[in-house]
Structure formats: C-alpha cells, structure tokens
Write a protein that binds this ligand. Structure first.
Ligand code: AMP
Ligand code: GLY
Length: 420
C-alpha cells in the first residue's frame, strides 16, 4: 500500500522508520519531511494543515493510508476531510482532538465521568482569575485554554508568578490560545506518559514512557518540547496502568462516543502518579515527541498493523508483541533552544553512527544542503538506542552522541536519571 506520513519531526521520522519495515508498505511519502526521512522515503512539499491540499495530493499519488503526526492538522480537521473523501487515516477528528486543543473541554469531560484529575476553575477574564488565585494561594498551575506549542502552562510556585502568568495570558502573550484560562490545583508526584490506541470503542495500551521536559540537567530551567525519553517508565506499573484505564481513559473514551464524537487514533495520557494512584495531567491526541521514538524502537514493524487496525475499527482482534527490553532517546538541540537559536550549522558524524534495530539517529530539524547535514530547527536529532537494561540503552545512546560532531548543539547528559 501507499502511505503518507504528515509531519517533519523526530516523531514522524520514527513512524516512517517503523512503517518502512513492514512488508505491507510499498511506497512511503513524508510531507514535508526532513533529511532523515528523505534518506528512507520520498518527501513532498505540502501544507499539511490544509485539508484540500492533502486530499488533492493523496488522489494524485493514490495514497491508501495517511498517518497524521502533529496536533495542528488534527485540530484543523484534516482527519475529518480525509475520512469524508474515503481515504483511510490514523488520527482523531477535530471534535475528538479537542481533548488536546481545549484544556477546559478536557476538564469538563473528566468532571462528567469522575476521572481523577486536579481540581480546577475556568476563566474568561483576568479579574475573576486573580480573585481565585488570591483565595487558593500557591503553588498553583495556570494554563492557556488553547494550543500554545508547549508554552501555555505556568507552574507557579508563588502567588506573584501566578498573577503575572494570568496578566500575560489575558494581555494576549499567547494570542487566541490564552483568551480563556484554566487554573488548577498543583499535583505532587512523578509524571509518566501512557499511550493507548483507540478505535472508537476498544482501548489497546501500546506502551509507557517518561519524558524530560526541562532544558537543564536534574530537570531544571525552562520547559521544552522534550529533551529525551525512555520506555518503559517503571513508575507506570501494570497496576497503575490498569487503574488509569479503568478510571480515566475508558470512561473518557466511552463519553466521547456517547456524545457522538468517538475517538480514533493514539491517545497520550500524561499522568501524575502519587502512591500508586494516577491522576490525569493532560491528554494529547497524538504520539509524544520524543516519546514516539522510543515506542517505535520497541514496537518496530507491527506499529503499521496496529495503526491500520485502529483506523479500521479492528483493535479488538489485535495484540501487542512487546520487545521485552528498554529504549532511550537523547535529544540534541541547537544552543539557545528553547529560546532563540541559530540555524544553518553543519553536523558531522551522523553517517558513522550504527543503524540497526538497536541503534537509530532520528532526525527532527535537519536538511541536506550542498551535500552536508545542516541544523534547521531547535530540536535537531534524537539519538536512540535499545538495550536489555535501561543502562545499556543509555550507554549505547550516549556512545552515538559522542560520535556526532556538532559544536553548535547540546544535549542533556542525564536522560533516564529517575529510573537509574
Ligand atoms: P501540559 O502542557 O499540560 O503537559 O503541562 C506542562 C507540564 O506542567 C506538565 O508536564 C507538568 O509537569 C506540569 N503540570 C501541568 N499541570 C500540572 C498540575 N496540575 N500540577 C503539577 N504540575 C502540572
Ligand atoms: N514530549 C511531550 C509532547 O510531545 O507533548
């Protein structure tokens, strides 16, 4: 079959890498793609948030199946458009994607089904929000309602920070995303990510991971899209996973179906786990990036069969065959990230890194220019390895990091520290 992957990050390179290994894939096109995807598939320039453009492209090259990587095309309704055009697609409708696109919507649906999550209040003006913060005190969490590219959450450790965050959001610092604000109770515990495929009805867990959101070692400094990840996450034990499915995920999915907006795709539940009890931090309606890279390393070619079954409503007949091992990925980013950074520096040594089922360098912001690999984004490479133990996966990943010659880049040296 002919398959189109939408996106250009490390997540989409990992998806493309897994899909390519499956004999069902005859032709793979990535749009817009990056240098890593260009090495294993065709790349096409395409406005992936424009449903008409995506459908026209699918018809032109006879695409049988579309895998949507990022949240923006999902929130823009590209999956709805594909479905209406009769093109099979992995990813939820715009109505179901509200689980990520609106924090207020997610809090409301959790309340409706009694799913454990932080207590909250929802505001459309600064004055009421400020009164609430003064009454609640700190620590407290301020969230822009809409999609804000990972910049919409402020975990305020004191009242001043909380009030500043509210002022900034209502003053338009995040544009439309901050026109409404959710204020939440601060939750204690350890965070982990749980990934579940949903075909509208059946929920099939496909793995756990832990991300490293802060830019600095020891989880310090500003939040980023993620500086590294590993799978499995030991804190997300089978018991915790079963509780999260029973109390949070299955009830939410049943409620989405009941409301006439069934969910189809991967559901990424961010959980806060304290004393073995999970509470929902947030839902995302896509794979995590870089969590996807470690999940794909462990799932391999079956990822395509699972995504197809998900799109076709056949998850009930599927089982996941786990590689009973560990995977870890280290993000190499351009110096300055998540603030401003230079583009265009040359990266050497990636071609000398091993590429096999235990070692992969997934690309994010890269391109080939005049025969050289060049950095074109903030997060640039995801150096990923598997091992029988997490320590072995980590040693292999950092072994590859040390082979890469990129003075303008940096990485955290402590990925996996909580589990080790
Ligand atoms: P989000 O964009 O919703 O994932 O939030 C970004 C990060 O803020 C999360 O990964 C958590 O580390 C933190 N966070 C969000 N909500 C809460 C909360 N209610 N209590 C504590 N930390 C939170
Ligand atoms: N790594 C966090 C995310 O993808 O949202």
């Amino acid at each position: 079959m002919n398959i189109l992957v939408l996106g250009s990050g490390g997540r989409e390179h990992a998806l493309a890498w897994a899909i390519m290994q499956n004999p069902k894939c005859d032709r793979l096109i990535c749009a817009p793609g990056n240098a890593g995807m260009a090495a294993i598939a065709e790349c096409a320039a395409l406005d992936i948030n424009n449903g008409s453009a995506v459908i026209a492209f699918c018809e032109e090259v006879a695409i049988d199946f579309v895998v949507i990587g990022p949240e923006a095309p999902l929130a823009a309704g590209v999956a709805d458009r594909l479905q209406a055009a009769g093109i099979a697609c992995f990813g939820p409708s715009a109505a179901a994607a509200r689980l990520e696109a609106s924090k207020a919507f997610t809090k409301e649906i959790c309340a409706a089904v009694g799913a454990p999550t932080a207590a909250y209040a929802h505001f459309t003006d600064a004055e009421a929000a400020i009164t609430y913060i003064r009454a609640q005190g700190a620590p407290i969490v301020i969230k822009a309602d809409g999609l804000a590219a990972g910049k919409g959450v402020v975990v305020a450790m004191n009242e001043v920070e909380a009030l500043e965050a509210v002022d900034a959001m209502f003053a338009g610092a995040l544009g439309e995303a901050g026109a409404e604000v959710v204020i939440e109770e601060f939750m204690q515990g350890e965070e982990a990510s749980f990934f579940v495929l949903v075909d509208g009805e059946t929920c099939l867990p496909i793995g756990t991971a832990q991300d490293h959101k802060r830019v600095g070692e020891g989880d310090t400094g500003p939040n980023t899209g993620g500086m590294g990840a590993y799978s499995p996450a030991p804190v997300l034990t089978d018991n915790v996973a079963e509780t999260a499915l029973a109390k949070i995920i299955r009830p939410t999915m049943a409620e989405m179906a009941r409301r006439g907006t069934p969910y189809q795709g991967v559901l990424y539940a961010g959980l806060m786990i304290e004393n073995g009890a999970p509470r929902l931090v947030e839902y995302n309606v896509r794979f995590g990036d870089p969590e996807c890279q470690v999940l794909m390393m462990r799932l391999g070619a079956q990822a395509l069969d699972l995504m197809l079954a998900c799109a076709e409503g056949r998850l009930g007949e599927m089982a996941v065959n786990w590689a009973d091992d560990h995977a870890l990925t280290v993000v190499m980013a351009a110096q300055g990230y998540p603030g401003s950074y230079e583009k265009g520096s040359v990266i050497k040594g990636v071609e000398d890194c091993p590429e096999d089922s235990a070692h992969m360098v997934f690309h994010a912001g890269t391109s080939q220019q005049a025969g050289q690999l060049v950095a074109t984004g903030g997060r640039v490479l995801n150096v990923t390895a598997r091992g029988d133990t997490l320590q072995e996966a980590r040693d292999r990943a950092y072994g590859m990091v040390d082979q890469i010659d990129w003075p303008e880049g940096f990485c955290r040296r402590d990925i996996g520290w909580r589990a080790l």
